[in-house]
Design a protein around this ligand. Structure first.
Ligand code: DON
Length: 580
């Protein structure tokens, strides 16, 4: 029997009547995982948006309500998030987007991942002593900044699938940037939390996020961002050109010349940036195809391995509980072991084709003892031998990202995960937006035991990601759009929620509310203060090393059913689902 209650559904109308910006602010949820907000699933007939901030969701809702496409709404939502959730994403960062085109009945993906400067070498992260620097020592400053991809991604998406005027999609955010918006509870808490983590290291972020006395901005402060409004005006008029080749590119190249950890980005690096359209990577899971982002993300392959391994066990019959959490953790260990050895930017590194091979995963599943935890898993040997020349990468990414899901009235779908890497990225700010620290998603060590690490830095390469924007199909038709922030835990959050919705037939909101259990090929993390704590004793008895901790996902899901759309927003953040 399900451990977790199925919540009742709320019609969308209540949320849809919110107006900008004050009413939207009232829907702000507590941001702390230990104070989980009670969201309810939202139902709609025609269209829906589920995003991490109510102002951004409202702006997306209005685009859809005016007949805009999912692509149009994605553009509007991303610009809004940049302003009202600046700690997590924006045009200074990168993103991956999975797109369902209702007219061609086809899935595709867009890779807007940041790129290393062309002059970067595998020793990029070596300190003066010739060894790799520590993670946080690498984060702050211009050196961690990769060429941003998000703006080019939005422009590409809009060119291909947009219908609304580009400038109109940016206008609401520009107006809020000029007129001011109220700092949300989560943004305020994030600023306070980052004060001791060098958010005030450089003047631009210091003067924007702190008041004149140096105190972090409080919830409800009216904040204006005229520099961002000016940049948006340029982008409204000239698209991405000023950002990649003009005045904003010059500002970025100058801004990364920080007094410590200066970067090496050039105008040529900026101008050479390209969004890459790539085929979706799909895993078979029972009657479903779970599709998402292939390399340079490890998302779809690792989510896919976990699910395909688990399809060898009867999870639907088991339901949520100790037995299924154990199998999930063991499957995740095996998948993360392969991720560490093999997965990186496949434009630079050959990767085995057999990572989702049926026979291979049958063999991997057979390694699981259903009643006893194994130790740390080793990578397998999919049919491709060169891989054995590599060493595993132990790099695990940290918090600072956002996911939104959108379905428009024509049935087009966007599932987009967008990031500046850690909260507030590199802390380097220009033109009112933060620049990413995505280059710390590379392995800082280029090799181990004399063997190269697949995810080492190389000039022009994209760092491996865990972002897993996902669209699930059944009989060739979309049934679910979902994704989450959470660094390398994203893979666990997404795989577990897919199981909860598809196998355990949980209402989407109940699935997102469910307490997390996570394994990244080590101990099993259990979400503090959640229902999952009930699993700890049983898992420990099976040999799991349990760590009870805060697990801050940001899942935003839309289920597509014969009776309409059902949306859900992660109670651990301040987002909402809105539709009509
Ligand atoms: O690309 C990645 O996998 C990471 N840079 C994402 C970081 C992240 O999700 C932070 N989330 N809260």
């Amino acid at each position: 029997m399900p451990l977790f209650p199925i919540r009742s559904l709320l019609t969308a109308t209540a949320l849809a009547t919110l107006t900008l910006p004050l009413a939207a602010q009232e829907a702000v949820q507590p941001e702390n995982t230990n104070a989980i907000a009670a969201n309810t699933s939202v139902q709609a007939d025609r269209f829906m948006v589920a995003a991490a901030n109510p102002i951004a969701a409202q702006i997306g809702y209005e685009v859809l309500d005016r007949g805009g496409t999912a692509a149009d709404a994605a553009v509007a939502v991303q610009f809004a998030l940049n302003l009202v959730e600046p700690q997590s994403s924006g045009i200074g960062g990168g993103a991956f987007l999975v797109y369902w085109d209702a007219s061609t009945q086809a899935l595709t993906t867009f890779d807007g991942r940041e790129k290393a400067p062309m002059a970067a070498t595998p020793e990029y992260w070596f300190g003066e002593d010739g060894t790799p620097v520590g993670w946080f020592d690498a984060v702050v400053g211009g050196r961690s900044v990769g060429v941003p991809g998000t703006l080019k991604l939005l422009e590409t998406l809009h060119d291909r699938h947009g219908r609304s005027d580009w400038a109109d999609l940016i206008e609401p955010t520009k107006a809020l940037a000029r007129g001011g918006f109220q700092v949300s509870e989560r943004m305020s808490a994030s600023i306070a939390g980052a004060k001791d983590r060098k958010l005030d290291a450089f003047p631009a972020a210091r003067s924007y996020f702190f008041d004149k006395t140096g105190a972090p901005l409080k919830t409800g402060t009216l904040l204006r961002n005229p520099k961002f409004a000016d940049a948006l005006e340029l982008i409204q008029r000239y698209g991405s050109k000023p950002f990649y080749e003009g005045r904003i590119a010059e500002d970025i190249v100058e801004a990364v010349q920080t007094p410590f950890n200066p970067g090496i980005l050039t105008m040529a690096d900026m101008a050479a940036y390209e969004v890459i359209e790539r085929p979706a990577v799909c895993a078979n899971y029972r009657d479903f195809e779970v599709c998402g982002m292939g390399p340079p993300s490890s998302g779809a392959l690792t989510v896919g391995q976990i699910l395909e391994i688990l399809s060898r066990f009867d999870l639907p019959k088991m339901g949520p509980g100790v037995e299924s959490a154990h199998l999930f953790a063991e499957a995740a260990k095996l998948a993360y072991a392969d991720r560490g050895l093999y997965m990186a930017d496949s434009d630079f590194v050959d990767m085995p084709e057999g990572l989702l091979n049926d026979a291979y995963l049958t063999g991997r599943a057979a390694l699981i003892n259903p009643s006893q935890a194994g130790g740390k898993a080793s990578a397998g040997t999919p049919p491709w031998q060169e891989a054995m020349l590599r060493s595993p990468d132990t790099q695990l990414e940290r918090p600072g990202t956002s996911h939104f899901s959108i379905v428009d009235a024509q049935g087009n779908i966007v599932s987009m995960t967008t990031t500046i890497e850690t909260g507030f990225g590199s802390r380097v700010m220009t033109n009112g937006f933060l620049l990413n620290n995505e280059l710390t998603d590379f392995s800082r060590a280029p090799e181990a035991d004399g063997k190269p690490i697949a995810n080492r830095v190389e000039g022009g390469k994209r760092p491996r990601s865990s972002m897993a924007p996902t669209i699930v199909l059944k009989d060739g038709q979309p049934v679910l759009a979902i994704g989450s922030p959470g660094g390398s835990r994203i893979i666990n959050y997404v795989a577990k929620s897919v199981i909860a919705i598809l196998d355990w037939e949980m209402d989407p909101q109940a699935a997102l509310d469910m307490g997390h259990f996570v394994n990244r090929n080590g101990g099993t993390d259990i979400e503090a203060g959640s229902d999952a704590e009930e699993l700890s004793a049983g898992l420990e008895a099976m040999g799991h090393e349990i760590n009870v901790r805060d697990l801050n996902s940001g899942l935003h899901a839309i289920m597509i059913t014969a009776d309409g759309l059902i949306g859900a927003a992660d109670p651990r953040r301040e987002g909402v689902a809105m539709g009509d």
